[in-house]
Design a binder for this molecule. Structure first.
Ligand SMILES: *[C@@H]1O[C@H](CO)[C@@H](O)[C@H](O)[C@H]1NC(C)=O
Ligand SMILES: *[C@@H]1O[C@H](CO)[C@@H](O)[C@H](O)[C@H]1NC(C)=O
Ligand SMILES: *[C@@H]1O[C@H](CO)[C@@H](O)[C@H](O)[C@H]1NC(C)=O
Length: 500
């Protein structure tokens, strides 16, 4: 993806007051649970305080804040250590699902890097069902919009592309008008983002492919995802669809005075269960809410990148114009989660613009994916085999060959995890092939693997040697490590997102 195209976005936003208001028509009383927004309930209060002091425009956003800082500072200080992914589990229900959704949000970008680094897959087995690509009509300069529909186990996800070309960014110039569509709960939405949504719904791809599939084949829930502009469209889509009735009358799509697509009635008999976005700018002047939730909150999360000295400016970009984020959890991702302790003055979630440097690279999907995976992945350790373990010298009543087993001690900062393999009888070259998921593993932790000879019932188990695995990220490690005087242990450790 060309950086120049992104840069054009930063000068592309301009707004004029306009708009209207009206009533919305809730579709049904449905069963979507309100989001659990308290997280682990530990540092949320201070995050809220920070928010209301500094960003008075955002009272409706449930600002979960910064799970990485929180893990290192607040929790370690106050109660106990909670791995980042556990925190994300609390915020979103499932950190693994969050990573998958982020992967789908990044889908239209070329992220082969991630596919090769995490061979278990970064999109968790979701499959492309339908795709809408429009690279002609609506756009003044060449470029294209992509909307993709993915499915897995009766769950569906709609991914809106972000920055595919200059054409997309030109839509951001269209923020001169605030668009309202009261029938679907949109008030004062950014016109450019709304137009992308409108074009998609007016197109036959919606009528012929997306809507029927969503209505008939997605009983497990429908999620909208996107990066950057795609994030804004994902929010508009979710808000509108959840407030609309079974059908929705859409206005004409007119761009630059030219009729691009005639309006009309479209089926909208679907409900969005949650939104997962990366780097999204605030999409509307009136907070977009979930009309199917009593508190108006969407399930899901929006991520934004912010480090000690620099940040992704796009999520903040429309604030000075008074635009607001949709009502769902926000989680800050920062870099170097393995250096929590160094981040002592960094917990404030609001960019201090004078001292923060806007950083274009932090806006890119790989930056988001990298941080998210770093914070949520776990380690799986496989104890494969040992070779040339020593014969016993001190146990005349025993078999002269050892009865080896292996103890895994995963040293977390606060908690340890200890696992043990089976005992192999009378073996100098034993094979275990046992795998352990290190649930509490965090980046930077060490894993100690020790081979013992089981002496039971006559004596104390004898240590046959030990290896320490560290700095094996991100590729993991597989191979032989020396144990003790010519004895070797073969182990593999690999990183994977949770439950993929
Ligand atoms: C929705 O549920 C609430 C509470 O259960 C109930 O009072 C209300 O009448 C319901 N509305 C509709 C349209 O069914
Ligand atoms: C692109 O979108 C326009 C406007 O919605 C539509 O008229 C046109 O048919 C679309 N082109 C394709 C290839 O889908
Ligand atoms: C979608 O659902 C319809 C109706 O239940 C069914 O006939 C069709 O086979 C499903 N399609 C897929 C791809 O599962």
């Amino acid at each position: 993806m060309a950086r120049a195209k992104l840069v054009s976005f930063f000068v592309a936003l301009a707004y004029v007051e306009a708009g209207e208001s009206g009533a919305f028509l809730p579709k049904t009383n449905n069963s979507i649970k309100s989001t659990v927004v308290q997280g682990s309930g530990i540092s949320i209060a201070s995050e809220r305080r920070t928010q209301s002091e500094s960003v008075e425009k955002l009272p409706d956003v449930i600002f979960i804040g910064d799970f990485l800082d929180m893990a290192g500072k607040e929790i370690a200080k106050q109660i106990a250590y909670i791995p980042a992914r556990k925190y994300l589990d609390a915020v979103t229900g499932s950190s693994a699902f969050s990573v998958q959704m982020a992967g789908l949000a990044s889908w239209c970008y070329d992220l082969d890097y991630f596919k090769s680094t995490w061979p278990n897959g970064w999109a968790g087995g979701w499959e492309l069902v339908a795709e809408y690509v429009n690279d002609t009509e609506s756009l003044v300069v060449p470029g294209h919009d992509v909307v993709a529909l993915f499915a897995k186990d009766n769950k569906c996800a709609i991914s809106f592309s972000g920055t595919h070309g200059l054409a997309d960014w030109s839509t951001n110039f269209n923020a001169k008008t605030k668009v309202s569509l009261p029938e679907c709960g949109l008030f004062h939405a950014h016109e450019g983002f709304f137009e992308v949504f409108l074009q998609f719904l007016l197109n036959e791809a919606w009528t012929d492919e997306f809507e029927p599939y969503l209505e008939n084949n997605c009983s497990g829930g429908i999620y909208t995802v996107g990066h950057s502009q795609g994030a804004a469209v994902a929010e508009i889509f979710a808000a509108c669809i959840n407030a609309a009735g079974e059908t929705l009358t859409l206005p004409d799509l007119v761009r630059w005075g030219k009729l691009v697509h005639a309006g009309g009635v479209r089926n909208t008999n679907v409900e969005v269960s949650g939104i997962y976005t990366l780097a999204g700018p605030a999409p509307a002047w009136t907070v977009l809410t979930n009309k199917l939730d009593p508190n108006g909150i969407f399930q899901g999360v929006r991520y934004f990148n912010q480090d000690a000295w620099s940040f992704d400016p796009v999520p903040w970009m429309t604030y000075p114009r008074g635009m607001k984020h949709a009502k769902y959890a926000a989680v800050k991702l920062n870099d170097h989660p393995e250096e929590y302790a160094a981040h002592t003055d960094d917990a404030v979630n609001v960019p201090r613009f004078p001292s923060f440097v806007p950083e274009i690279f932090q806006h890119l999907p790989p930056s988001y994916m990298q941080r998210l995976m770093k914070g949520t992945r776990k380690a799986t350790l496989k104890i494969q085999r040992a070779w040339a373990l020593p014969d016993r010298t001190n146990a005349p009543f025993n078999n002269p060959k050892p009865d080896p087993y292996v103890v895994v001690d995963a040293k977390n900062r606060i908690w340890g995890e200890v696992y043990r393999t089976e005992t192999k009888k009378a073996a100098t070259d034993p094979t275990w092939d046992e795998s352990f998921v290190l649930e509490k593993y965090e980046p930077g932790d060490e894993v100690q693997v020790t081979v013992f000879d089981e002496q039971h019932p006559w004596g104390q188990d004898q240590k046959l040697g030990s290896v320490i695995l560290k700095n094996f990220e991100p590729q993991g490690f597989e191979g032989w490590r020396p144990l003790y005087h010519g004895a070797w242990l073969k182990v593999a450790i690999f990183m994977s997102p949770v439950d993929f």
